[in-house]
Design a protein around this ligand. Structure first.
Ligand code: AMP
Ligand code: TRP
Length: 332
């Protein structure tokens, strides 16, 4: 059975983009794979974090995974910092990956912005830690949004370079799993920008904690254009907001973008938005309710994470020992 690994940062509210681009796929994959799902707090501190908020966001993100349908008995749900081997293997990979490879990473360029000299070394080395997350468990498949594809290519390069440095076939070459029509959910205020938790406008995203009336309000206010909806995806050219909303509809109802266009061909946005609201509320309201129940019991969530970390270590530690052996470190 293939092993799945994926990670999510504990920074603020998770939103519809995280759900459709990532978490919903994670839930589905549990039926056919052995899965590890990690709250990546070591990645979070590549940019400044408030300690109190980091701790509560870590619990909140873990609770969101459980509320969305991740089963912590069959899958391993844990926090990255609670399994020390992640940081250690990342260091080893820092000594495998080349500056030239990291220099090409577009996410670093985006996140560092103009003030690159002031970015942390951790932000720069972010992708080697991500490679360590995955390869520590010899995971073969990684479900992510499209924005993470480049990091997975780097993970393959690191695996290959390590294997050839030590003349072994130790680390597998991972494959991304990018599913669904909504691999990239865009902002409700600007169809050319990704829906993101760092967007200052809360109107730009649907948070998984939003109650039904807030979801309805945000969809009603979502940016559109003056034309009616087209009968096929070709008619969405140059209409990023329409494409995004139809994409969200298609993804939530498990149909293709083509089918969604057929369903709403010639309709007005107000008609379409009412249908989208109904669908979004039906899908998301039960998750929000379960999430609020779990958030009221932080001890339970922390217990799930501790148990997950213990199970993760039983896979990670022997693999890391083998890496030590290959590199030529003395046995501890
Ligand atoms: P992040 O919120 O950046 O930690 O991302 C967590 C997961 O959600 C990753 O797999 C991302 O690729 C995915 N993701 C984040 N934002 C979006 C978006 N707007 N559309 C689709 N997937 C997303
Ligand atoms: N970088 C990913 C993101 O921002 C999160 C992540 C960390 C991850 N480690 C991972 C995703 C390993 C998949 C596999 O979305």
């Amino acid at each position: 059975m293939n092993r799945i690994f994926s990670g999510v940062q504990p920074t603020g509210n998770l939103h519809l983009g995280n759900y459709l681009g990532a978490i919903r796929n994670w839930v589905r994959l549990q039926a056919s794979h052995h899965c590890l799902y990690c709250v990546v707090d070591l990645h979070a501190i590549t940019v400044p974090q408030d300690p109190v908020e980091l701790r509560s966001s870590t619990r909140e993100v873990a609770a969101t995974l459980l509320a969305a349908g991740i089963d912590a008995r069959s899958s391993i749900v844990f926090t990255q910092s609670q399994v020390a081997a992640h940081a250690e293997l990342a260091w080893i990979f820092n000594c495998v990956a080349r500056l030239g490879w990291l220099n090409r990473m577009t996410q670093f360029k985006e996140k560092a912005g103009k003030d690159r000299e002031n970015a942390t070394v951790g932000l720069y080395a972010y992708p080697t830690l991500m490679a360590a997350d995955i390869l520590l468990y010899h995971a073969t498949h990684v479900p992510v949004g499209e924005d993470q594809k480049q990091h997975l290519e780097l993970t393959r390069d690191i695996a290959q370079a390590f294997n050839s440095m030590y003349g072994v076939d130790f680390f597998p070459l991972v494959e991304p799993i990018i599913l669904g029509t909504a691999a990239r959910v865009m902002s409700l205020r600007d169809g050319t920008r990704k829906m993101s938790k760092s967007d200052p406008s809360d109107q730009s995203r649907i948070n998984l904690t939003d109650p039904p009336e807030v979801i309805a309000h945000k969809i009603r206010r979502a940016k559109t254009d003056p034309q009616p909806l087209p009968e096929s995806p070709a008619g969405l050219e140059g209409r990023p907001e329409a494409e995004n909303l139809l994409g969200i509809y298609a993804s939530l109802s498990n149909i293709t973008l083509e089918q969604a266009c057929q369903q709403f061909a010639g309709a007005s946005f107000s008609h379409f938005k009412a249908a989208l609201t109904e669908l979004a509320v039906a899908d998301l309201a039960p998750i929000a309710a379960e999430l609020n129940r779990l958030l009221a019991d932080p001890g339970y969530v922390e217990g799930v994470l501790k148990d997950g970390a213990a199970r993760a270590r039983t896979i990670a530690d022997p693999n890391l020992s083998q890496v030590h052996e290959l590199i030529g470190f003395l046995r501890s």
